[in-house]
Design a protein around this ligand. Structure first.
Ligand SMILES: NC(=O)c1ccc[n+]([C@@H]2O[C@H](COP(=O)([O-])OP(=O)(O)OC[C@H]3O[C@@H](n4cnc5c(N)ncnc54)[C@H](O)[C@@H]3O)[C@@H](O)[C@H]2O)c1
Ligand SMILES: [Fe+2]
Length: 357
């Protein structure tokens, strides 16, 4: 048995208002006289209070990013070029402020500043050769676990796959629950369900071990308080920690059927991750009976109306590609169904599930 030697983020700060300490945290990284930082920030904050609070120094770069579409390799390459064109020296740090998409863009840019070529060449496991520029995350939306994971999920010309590597992991994470307070209700639910589904897939998976179980059980308990308990206090704090722990849980196990199918859906239809996972999960009763039941209670309580009939206008070719993308994620299926997964999750079975969505 070979055990994975797991890379973790080096520094974490947690607490309401801790974003105010960001300047102090970055100070030791501004070593040279001409040191500068790039703040990669979701353009939803343009003109908002948070923009004024960014600890921007004279030479720093403010890089607004748009996440209407989830991160593509072409967008990462474009952003990297912009950063390179900004100065003759590399930045001392890349700070991602936003949800999973913006954090992933920050991770990807920090990696591509020190690794030659296009980001699409690095979609896969441990293909990155050189350490990234120092990179930090400030989540403003909780659930994906992108703040703790060793991947940055990118859609490329050939596949939707992350740049998985130890170098991808953030050096610093700033967890300030005040920053997720104003997320629109539906978005908070969908991204929160990403976390809930991570927990179910991890806890019900064949790869489960005590490391993943310990984090997963705590995370799912927090999700229940946030989404099912009207009397629970400090929900933003709880959701932020659920995301973190849910991410830790899957880091040492794996996600499962819902993520595999939702990758297929999003590759063809561009469906965003949280909502895509929610749509798919609703059809996975036979694999996760208890989880799906509880998920429906949460959706009902939060008056969420899931989109339906997404796949009805697909061509046969699109449907086949969707199936190929989903079934290509062997470890996810193995985690869900065991080593003989291919006898259960056939192309016909996947097609019948997609056709219902
Ligand atoms: N790296 C990983 O381990 C990992 C894991 C899961 C998902 N992901 C990726 O994360 C992305 C999904 O992330 P997400 O669900 O956090 O959503 P997101 O980052 O795509 O953002 C969703 C929407 O919420 C808005 N938003 C973000 N913060 C806000 C705030 N505080 N107030 C108001 N609006 C706000 C954004 O502008 C956007 O419109 C996908 O690209 C997915 O592939 C990565
Ligand atoms: Fe996810």
């Amino acid at each position: 048995m070979i055990f994975r030697n797991f890379k973790m983020i080096s520094n974490v700060i947690f607490g309401r208002g801790c974003f105010n300490q960001l300047d102090e945290i970055l100070e030791p990284k501004r070593t040279a006289k001409d040191s500068w930082m790039v703040f990669v920030i979701d353009d939803v904050f343009q003109g908002k209070e948070l923009e004024q609070r960014i600890p921007l120094h004279d030479k720093d770069m403010l890089l607004w990013v748009n996440v209407d579409d989830e991160p593509k390799t072409s967008y990462v390459d474009l952003l990297t070029e912009k950063v390179k064109a900004y100065s003759t020296t590399l930045p001392s740090g890349v700070i991602g402020i936003g949800g999973g998409s913006s954090m992933d863009l920050a991770k990807a840019v920090s990696l591509m500043l020190t690794n030659p070529g296009s980001s699409q060449e690095y979609q896969g496991w441990d293909l990155i050769k050189n350490p990234a520029v120092y990179h930090a995350a400030v989540p403003t939306l909780s659930g994906t676990g992108a703040e703790v994971s060793r991947t940055t999920v990118l859609t490329g010309p050939e596949k939707k796959l992350g740049m998985n590597s130890d170098y991808t992991v953030f050096d610093q994470v700033v967890l300030d629950p005040e920053l997720i307070r104003d997320v629109p209700h539906d978005q908070q639910f969908y991204t929160g369900m990403d976390c809930y589904i991570h927990c179910v897939e991890s806890l019900e998976g064949t790869y489960l071990n005590q490391f993943s179980k310990s984090y997963g059980e705590k995370a799912i308990e927090l999700c229940r308080e946030v989404f099912l308990d009207d009397t629970a206090e400090d929900k933003d704090d709880k959701l932020m920690m659920a995301s973190f722990f849910g991410g830790m849980s899957i880091a040492y196990s794996q996600v499962g059927a819902c993520h595999a199918l939702s990758y297929g859906l999003s590759y063809i239809l561009g469906t965003h991750h949280g909502i895509g996972c929610s749509i798919v999960f609703d059809y996975l009763e036979e694999f996760y009976p208890e989880g799906v039941k509880e998920f429906r209670q949460m959706a009902e309580r939060h008056k969420i109306k899931l989109p339906r009939n997404l796949t009805k206008d697909l061509t046969d070719e699109q449907m086949e590609t969707m199936i190929t993308v989903a079934l290509g994620l062997a470890p996810l299926w193995e985690n869900c169904l065991g080593p003989d997964w291919q006898t259960i999750m056939t192309r016909d079975k996947a097609r019948s599930l997609f056709k219902r969505m």
